[in-house]
Ligand binder design. Sequence first.
Ligand code: PXL
Length: 264
Amino acid sequence: MKKVLIMAGSDTSGGAGIQADLKTMEELGVYGMTALTTMVAQNPESNWAHDVYPIEIDTVKAQLRTILDGIGVDLMKTGMIPTTESIQLAAETIDKYNLEAVVDPVLACKGVDEPVHPENAIALRKILVPKAVITTPNLFEASQLTEMPLLRTVDEMKEAAKKIHDLGAKNVVIKGGSDIDENKAVDVFYDGSELTVLEGEVIQSAYTHGAGCTFASAIAGSYVNGKSPREAVEFAKEFVFNAIKGAEKLNEYVGSVKQYANRK
Ligand code: PXL
């Protein structure tokens, strides 16, 4: 059984964050352990606004100690890390334990196109993304990491993937979703030698909360189980497609993807 350290935030509504990570890894037969960095609570009285409650750094360190000194892991996966201090801690942890890390450079929850904390974009760019074995930015995060305007074309995605690789990330997949072409789900993958455009079917669903976390965790889970980075990305694309296909509405604001829709 492969073991993964998930260093990420809790999505109280259950759809994204460590909840999505653990559900995804369970489907892949991977044992996930969590170092919680922050809690996100959504406010039903204010249009489901996302309020972020960072966890004290010593508490994060205590969780990392349990997982790394107490048990040990085969891979690390990062999600929402709310402060530059905790981003620094993630990077130091990778070095100290000589870990491979799948880095999902979460900067804001879905639908936000301004960084809530611009200093976090800089810290991810300078400190954490350079250490990734695979990193999975969406269009907004890729533009923040590269200091490019919001990406709008496949050519811009390719340029950004090369720039993010130049930062140090060994493999980069930029998630275009349906924002590049409304008829196709377009992602760009770059491993330092070959640029690949991955196209999939688009599902029109208003309830896709948690798709990004699920995608990165499916990459992490299949990579730690032995697939190459490129195979892991292709696997994850299909996994998240099925999860979105099975998505369900939870309330008037949000729904959730369904990882177990992948069960045979
Ligand atoms: O989807 C990004 C995301 C990541 N992590 C946590 C979240 C969200 C969005 O809601 O709450 C904890």
